[in-house]
Structure formats: structure tokens, C-alpha cells
Design a protein around this ligand. Structure first.
Ligand code: ADP
Ligand code: MG
Length: 895
């Protein structure tokens, strides 16, 4: 019978694995917005988003509401890693009746305790009372917290039942009571429970504690969860401490099969039968009761205490946790056990003593094992949600069972290791969790608030309001009009260059075309077959040696013709005379579809005798010199136009081209009657806006931040391409780097230490923004990037870095959207439409690979141009396909 009793109290490992799984499921349920109302493990957000880092400094007051008492604590932190805070405290007994009286009386009493304590502590030093004194309030009842300093009481427990408090914000009630005491310098800044306090008090510099477990009268656990998973709180970046409230685990029946008849008796006897099933198996309030019921049952079965009177055991509560702990601690022999039982009024035999001890050990051992299963669930959950292969974590510990049972740590560690072998926990004993911890919470809250203010100050100039964006849109529109008008064109910052492309593809284009792509990353020659079935291409990359790039124009164009001949030979195309489209990505003044004067070389080219010349003519002359008759140059194309044309082949509504890569630019179909710089009023023409230069006349100066100015000054073209410098891939990384340097100087990042690498120009690449912003969990990659830059980053650094990147890329996308809004609105007006439906063909690696750029761009555009229905189509090889299509459309129009 004894063996059967002991077996029912021991839980096999497989069963613990199942329990761990249930706990993890329940945790997810508690965190999800949809299911948290029904969840048994409540997973309450605490609004504590950071653990102490040791720099916390100052005086912090704590008021703790306990059973029958109020405790006041003053903690002084020295910013020295929290190694030796100074603490003073005082305990006040609660007068009779307060716990069941009015809420007002309760809070007045707490405020009086605070007042009296402060008067005694500071009486000789009045100057201190001039300073603000932050106060943390430890309020161990079930609350719906919506901010660190806002919490509605859901229900009283533990014998409290004060009127007019349920449903009220208890922080507000305490603050009002404190104000009544004329303690206006005391601010209630944080409310928390004791578990959270334990976690906070165990954190020291360089050793954050991210889990806490309280194994006391009740049982509870809290941990730092990824904030975006805490759907019941708005916070989405970083982490937030979640109070699991796991005492109610099993209230839906998942623990029924391990409940023993003794547990059932304890539950039935309790004030809340059916509730807090887990807590009733592990809380020290219940362990003595479980033993008592086991002894009653075994006596009835005549397994112990045969022939003696056990009436004393019938009384609830006679067998206390203290008794249980003393019995289990009695390692050698049973002398003490006998004494304890005799004092209780029992007459145990030697054998009874041994059996009682076995029962006590089983009950306590089971409690620890269940704690271990719960802890294992939390550790595995953390490991999974942090996307880590292994997790090392510190666990703050508190409570009567933890402190009173010598084998607690050993059992907890070995069982949780078996259940979560991927996790390694280190237990840290808490020193006065609720008092010191509450001061820590308060201190961290103030540190974060101060830091937040400074971060906001740094980032504010980069954050654009709706009005800012509307203004950019209006300015862009103005500049467009000026660029189109013959008289003002010369002074407009947006040059609005005519391209002589007057039709987008209509799908009827047919034939084989050659295309050249010069001025991108590679020089390429392509053949493009446009057939009924679609477009197919073949291409080859050719090298242009530096000597030729910087030699004579003749040699350059001769080389290009050589490459074309080589390509046509290889492709068996020498017998044909093919039309050729030339994507030439250098600034040109176009005067016809096949006539474009080079304004200046860029990107390392400097071939002589070309600037001011017609590029098409130079190519034709070279063909003549080489006696190459297999091609006919019909069009010169800007890459923006190529992009529009390439997308236009798949979508006839595509009448805008956009590039967001190294630089940024756009083109669109404008009415000829509006193009003052070209003769004729009929039809439309594609306008190459060259919008990267928008703002070069100073009209965007108000948007330029300190960071943008520094970046601009270090470029080869200061003051030029102002719009582009706020948007494109060549600059975003560098803007982020400038912000990081300023934030580090202000000690908001990297503990104020700037690495020499971070001071290197252009070391922070724009592609880093994509990695950093990609998902909520790219922490490992963020750390890797920072490691590459020789920066030692903590979790909070990573979170702040992401915020900086998001701010910079969001601004870029919004500005781009404001520019596009001006374009689509102009097209809508041009056509006299209430609603315009149009497609933008887009190219550029920033647009294509950044995780949020396109989404932000589209959202802002919808907002700024609500009457335009704009879709976006990614271009595939716009320069090749687009140039061929320009040639094709030109031949179609000519026929
Ligand atoms: P180009 O504009 O010269 O034709 P791309 O469209 O490929 O070339 O753009 C290149 C630019 O894209 C680079 O300057 C770089 O800043 C940026 N870039 C490269 N990779 C990424 C990435 N993963 N995310 C965001 N931007 C990137
Ligand atoms: Mg490109």
C-alpha cells in the first residue's frame, strides 16, 4: 500500500515530457490575441522591457503590500553594476479591518506608511525631498496591466476584499493617496508582482537574468519573451517580461491523470475547488495538506499508525510546510521525525516514522519535479523563439520551497536538463526579490524613459509627417512643371528630358533586335527575339579594359563594334541586318530617338572626343570604320525608359518607369502639349525626369538633417543629386553610419565605444539594412554584422540599430512615394480622370531586395494619391529587353 502511494506520487519521465509540451502550448495560447481570454496560463504582459545593466543610479522607493503588512524600502543604486545597493526598510502592521474595509482606507494607509518612513529616513536632510522620488509598487494581485504604471485590479485574493477597487487603476489610487499626504515629489512609476521583482534583482552588469521562478506558498514564473509574440501588448520590438501565472495550469484537465486522491482531497477542502490545479501540487501552502491526506488514507488502509489515535490529523492545516521540510531534511535516522510527530500528538512506531518520511520526500520531490517540467517548457520556448540552437540563461530563484529543501536545486537542474537538453540554466538566489527588485524595475524604467527621450530627439528630424510629404509632393509637381516649360527648363532642378519614345508596347511588336547595355555594372550585348509566344533573349558580357574607357572615343566605339561583331558571329546573326537599341546610362541631352548629345561621362569613363557629341553618330561611324553592316542603330534609351518599356510589354497600363538602385530616377508618359521643349502637340512622349537632382536648387533644404549634410559633403558631387542622396542605395548605409556614430557619442549605443571600423566611410553597406530589417529574429545576423564592424553589441543595441535602419529606409520610401504621387496625380489631371489606373515598372536592387521598402512606398503612395490606383511590376532585365522594345516600337510606329 505504501509502495502504491509512493508510485502515484512519482511521475515518469515520458509523462513529464507530455506535460512540458502542454505547458508550451498553453503559453502560446496565453500570448495569442485570439486565445488568451480562455488560456489557463495567462501570460500577462508586464511592460518591463529591459533588465538592469548596472548603470542605474539614484534613490528609489518601494511600497509592498503584503499579507497583513505594508513594507517600505528605500534603495540607493550607485551605477556600479548594482553590486552593493544600500537598502533601508520598515515594516508596518496593518490595523484590524483594513483588508476588508474601503479602498480609500487601504491606500491612505499605504501612503501614510510611505510618508512616515520618508520622514524618519530623511528627517535631517530636507534638501532630498526637493528631488523627484520614483516609487515602485509591489501589488501581488491579479491585474490587467496596460502600461508599466497602469493596472486595473481584476479581483482580490488572499483575504483582501476592499470596496471600490476592482476595475480601478491601482497606480492612480496610490498616487492620489500619496498626493493627499503632500508628498508631491513621490511618483508611482511602476507596478509589479514579486516574481518580476525576483528576476530584476538577480540581474547584474554583464549577467542579465531573464527568467525567475518563485517556489513559495504559490508558484509562479516569469521570463523575457520576444515582444512581438506578446500579442496582448502593443510593444513589438525588443523583449518584454511576461508573468506566466502558471498556477492555473491544468485547470482545463490536462493534469487530471497525475492528480492523486490526496490532491483531490486538498482541492475539495480549498476555498477555490477546481482552480489552480498546478499550484495545489507544488505550492508550499498545500504540500503539508497533501501529506496529511496521504497519511489519513494510509491509516484507513491500516498501512501506518495501526491501533493509534490519529484524530489530530483530521484538522486542516495541522501538518505544515515547516513540518514537512524538517522531516525531509532529517537525512540520517528518524529521531527528529519521531519527535515532530509526537509533538503533533501522534504515537508513531519506528516503521511509521520511516514511512511518513518517505511520503514527505515523495510529495516534495514531486513538487520540485513539476517545477522542473514548467521551467523546461519556458527554456525550450525561449530557445525556439530566439531562433537559437542552444540557450544559456540565468534563472533567479526565490521562495520557501527553494530555500528550505536542500535537494531542490539538484533535482530541478537534472530534471530540466533531461527535458530540455538544448538549454543550460544557471540558478541565482535572489536577495530580497520584491523589495530590491521593485527598486530595480523602477530604476530601469527611468533609465529607459530617459534613453527613449534622447533616441527620439536624434531620430525626430528624420521622421516625416504627412504634411512634410504633401509639401514634397507639391514641390516635385512645381519642379516638373518648370522642367517641362521651355522658359524655365534651364533653372529647374528636375530636368524633364524628352526621350522621343512616344508609344509603349502594345503586344503586336515582332522581330529580332540587338541591344547594347553600357553604363550599368557590366557591358553587355544582347539579341532579343520578340514573337507571338513572347520574348526570348541571349546575351554576353564583354569587358571594357580601363585603357579603353580612358582612351580615345574612337577606340572605345571601335571596341564596342568588335564586341557586337563577335556576338553576332557566335549567335549566327551576321547575315541579318538587325535594328539595335542602345541603353546608354550616362546623362544625355536627347534631340531625337536616335540622336543624343553626351553631357558628361561618369562611372570611371573619360574617353576623349565624346562629350558634346551625338553618341548614336559615334557608334554609327565606328560601324562604318569596321565595315559592319549587320546592324542599324534606331534608338538610344535611358535605363528608366527601358524599365518602363520592358514592363509595358507585359502590362499595357505600364506608363511609368522607376529605378531605386545605386541611384534613383523615374520616367512617365507626358502629353506632348505639355512638353514645351519639343515641337508638336499631338500624342504623348516619355519624359526622363532625372529626379535624382530634385532639390539641387535648395527647395528640399528644410528636410536635410545633420546626417544628410555630412553624407553629402563627403561625396564627389556635394550639393548635387540631393533627392537621390536621401533615397538610393549608394547613401542609405552611410546615413545610418552617421546616426550610429552620433548615438554612440551620446552613449545610447555600444556603451559609448566607437570602433575604428565604424569611423570608416561607406563601411556600413545599404544591404545591411535589408538584413537587419528582414524579420523580428535576425538577431544572429545583426550581431554578425556588428561583429564585422568590431562593435560589441548587446540585445538592446541590436534593437535600437534596427530602429535606426527602419527610420532611414522608411524616410527613403516615403520620399520616393511623394515624388511618385506628384507624377501619378499629374497624369490623372492630364487625362481629366477622376480615377487613374496605372502601372509602374520598377528596377533596382534596393527596391527589389529590401524587405519593407516597396511596402512602405506603396502604402504612402496610396495615402498621398488616393484617386490613383497604382500597381507595381518588377522589371526583368529592363536595359536589355527595354532597349529592344524601344527599337521594336519605333519600327512598328514607322511602319
Ligand atoms: P544599378 O543601380 O547600378 O543598376 P542595382 O540596381 O543592382 O544597380 O543597385 C545596386 C545598389 O543596390 C547598390 O548600390 C547597393 O547599395 C544596393 N543593394 C545591394 N544589395 C542590396 C540589398 N540586399 N538590399 C538593399 N540594397 C542593396
Ligand atoms: Mg540598373
Amino acid at each position: 500500500q505504501i509502495q502504491r502511494a509512493l508510485r502515484s506520487l512519482s511521475i515518469p519521465l515520458e509523462r513529464l515530457h507530455i506535460m512540458k509540451g502542454h505547458m508550451m502550448q498553453d503559453m502560446c495560447k496565453g500570448l495569442s490575441l485570439q486565445t488568451h481570454a480562455q488560456a489557463k496560463v495567462r501570460m500577462l504582459p508586464t511592460y518591463i522591457c529591459s533588465t538592469p545593466n548596472g548603470t542605474e543610479k539614484g534613490n528609489f522607493m518601494v511600497a509592498e503590500l503584503c499579507q497583513n503588512q505594508v513594507r517600505t524600502v528605500l534603495v540607493t543604486l550607485y551605477g556600479d553594476g548594482n553590486m552593493s545597493p544600500q537598502m533601508m526598510y520598515k515594516i508596518f502592521d496593518m490595523p484590524e479591518g483594513i483588508m476588508q474595509g474601503t479602498g480609500e482606507a487601504l491606500f491612505d494607509f499605504i501612503a501614510q506608511c510611505v510618508s512616515q518612513f520618508l520622514a524618519e529616513t530623511f528627517n535631517s536632510d530636507t534638501s532630498k525631498s526637493e528631488e523627484r522620488l520614483p516609487l515602485g509598487f509591489v501589488f501581488p494581485f491579479s491585474c490587467r496591466q496596460t502600461q508599466l504604471d497602469k493596472a486595473e485590479l481584476l479581483s482580490w485574493s488572499k483575504g483582501f476584499s476592499c470596496s471600490d477597487v476592482v476595475g480601478q487603476d491601482v497606480v492612480q489610487l496610490l498616487q492620489s493617496a500619496i498626493n493627499k499626504q503632500e508628498l508631491c515629489h513621490v511618483d508611482v512609476v511602476a507596478l509589479m508582482n514579486d516574481t518580476v521583482g525576483t528576476m530584476m534583482t538577480c540581474s547584474t552588469e554583464g549577467r542579465p537574468c531573464e527568467v525567475a521562478m518563485v517556489a513559495d506558498k504559490g508558484s509562479n514564473c516569469c521570463f523575457m519573451a520576444e515582444a512581438y509574440l506578446v500579442e496582448t501588448a502593443d510593444e513589438t520590438s525588443g523583449r518584454m517580461c511576461v508573468n506566466t501565472e502558471w498556477g492555473c495550469f491544468g485547470d482545463d484537465g490536462t493534469l487530471n491523470d497525475i492528480f492523486t486522491p490526496y490532491d483531490e482531497c486538498v482541492d475539495v477542502d480549498s476555498s477555490n475547488p477546481g482552480e489552480k490545479r498546478f499550484e495545489k501540487m507544488v505550492g508550499t501552502l498545500y504540500l503539508g495538506e497533501i501529506v496529511r491526506h496521504a497519511l489519513i488514507a494510509l491509516t484507513a488502509e491500516k498501512a501506518i499508525f495501526t491501533g493509534t489515535d490519529i484524530a489530530v490529523l483530521k484538522e486542516k492545516g495541522v501538518f505544515t510546510m515547516q513540518h514537512v521540510l524538517e522531516i525531509v531534511r532529517n537525512e540520517d535516522g528518524t529521531t527528529d521525525v519521531k519527535k515532530i510527530l509526537e509533538v503533533l500528538g501522534l504515537q508513531p512506531s519506528e516503521r511509521d516514522c520511516g514511512r511518513v518520511q518517505q511520503i514527505c520526500r515523495a510529495v516534495v520531490g514531486r513538487a520540485v519535479t513539476l517545477h522542473a517540467a514548467g521551467l523546461a517548457a519556458i527554456l525550450s520556448y525561449m530557445c525556439q523563439t530566439r531562433d537559437m540552437e542552444t540557450l544559456m540563461v540565468n534563472v533567479g530563484m526565490e521562495g520557501e520551497l527553494y530555500k528550505g529543501y536542500p535537494r531542490f536545486e539538484e533535482i530541478l537542474m537534472s530534471v530540466s536538463r533531461l527535458l530540455s537538453p538544448e538549454c543550460m540554466a544557471t540558478l541565482l538566489p535572489s536577495r530580497d526579490g520584491s523589495g530590491r527588485g521593485a527598486a530595480m524595475v523602477t530604476a530601469v524604467a527611468l533609465r529607459l524613459a530617459a534613453q527613449r527621450r534622447e533616441v527620439n530627439e536624434v531620430l525626430a528630424p528624420l521622421q516625416l509627417s504627412r504634411a512634410d510629404l504633401e509639401k514634397v509632393q507639391a514641390l516635385m509637381r512645381e519642379e516638373m512643371d518648370r522642367g517641362l516649360c521651355k522658359e524655365t527648363n534651364a533653372t529647374a532642378s528636375v530636368r524633364m528630358l524628352p526621350t522621343y519614345v512616344s508609344h509603349t508596347p502594345d503586344g503586336s511588336e515582332r522581330g529580332d533586335f540587338l541591344a547594347l547595355d553600357l553604363g550599368g555594372t557590366n557591358f553587355r550585348v544582347l539579341v532579343v527575339h520578340v514573337t507571338q509566344e513572347g520574348i526570348s533573349m541571349a546575351s554576353e558580357i564583354y569587358i571594357i579594359p580601363a585603357a579603353i574607357m580612358q582612351g580615345t572615343g574612337e577606340a572605345l566605339f571601335d571596341h564596342i563594334i568588335d564586341c557586337i561583331i563577335d556576338f553576332q558571329t557566335k549567335q549566327n546573326l551576321m547575315t541579318h541586318m538587325l535594328p539595335l537599341g542602345f541603353t546608354f546610362s550616362f546623362p544625355c541631352q536627347q534631340v531625337g530617338l536616335d540622336k543624343a548629345l553626351l553631357l558628361t561621362w561618369t562611372k570611371g569613363f573619360s574617353a576623349s572626343g565624346c562629350v558634346g557629341q551625338d553618341v548614336v553618330q559615334l557608334l554609327r561611324e565606328a560601324a562604318r570604320r569596321k565595315k559592319h553592316l549587320g546592324m542599324q542603330v534606331v534608338a538610344l534609351v535611358n535605363d528608366t525608359v527601358g524599365t518602363m518599356m520592358a514592363c509595358g510589354y507585359d502590362d499595357p497600363k505600364c506608363e511609368i518607369g522607376l529605378i531605386v538602385g545605386t541611384g534613383t530616377n523615374a520616367c512617365y508618359m507626358e502629353e506632348m502639349r505639355n512638353v514645351g521643349t519639343v515641337e508638336g502637340d499631338q500624342g504623348r512622349m516619355c519624359i526622363n525626369m532625372e529626379w535624382g537632382a530634385f532639390g539641387d536648387n535648395g527647395c528640399l533644404d528644410h528636410l536635410f538633417t545633420h546626417f544628410d549634410k555630412v553624407v553629402d559633403e563627403s561625396t564627389i558631387n556635394p550639393g548635387k543629386q540631393r533627392f537621390e542622396k536621401l533615397i538610393s542605395g549608394m547613401y542609405l548605409g552611410e546615413i545610418v553610419r552617421q546616426i550610429l556614430m552620433v548615438m554612440t557619442e551620446k552613449e545610447l549605443l555600444f556603451q559609448g565605444k566607437i570602433s575604428p571600423k565604424l569611423q570608416t566611410r561607406n563601411i556600413f553597406q545599404t544591404k545591411f539594412l535589408s538584413t537587419i530589417e528582414r524579420n523580428g529574429l535576425a538577431l544572429r545576423q545583426i550581431k554578425a554584422i556588428l561583429h564585422e564592424l568590431e562593435l560589441d553589441a548587446c540585445f538592446e543595441d541590436c534593437v535600437l540599430l534596427r530602429e535606426v535602419c527602419q527610420t532611414v529606409s522608411l524616410r527613403a520610401a516615403q520620399l520616393c512615394a511623394a515624388g511618385l504621387a506628384a507624377v501619378v496625380e499629374k497624369m490623372r489631371e492630364n487625362r481629366g480622370l477622376d480615377q487613374l489606373s496605372v502601372t509602374v515598372g520598377v528596377d533596382g536592387t534596393l527596391y527589389k531586395l529590401h524587405p519593407c521598402f516597396s511596402k512602405n512606398l506603396q502604402k504612402t503612395l496610396k495615402d498621398l494619391a488616393p484617386n490613383c490606383n497604382v500597381s507595381f511590376l518588377l522589371s526583368e532585365d529592363g536595359s536589355g529587353k527595354g532597349a529592344a522594345l524601344v527599337a521594336a516600337v519605333a519600327s512598328r510606329a514607322a511602319n
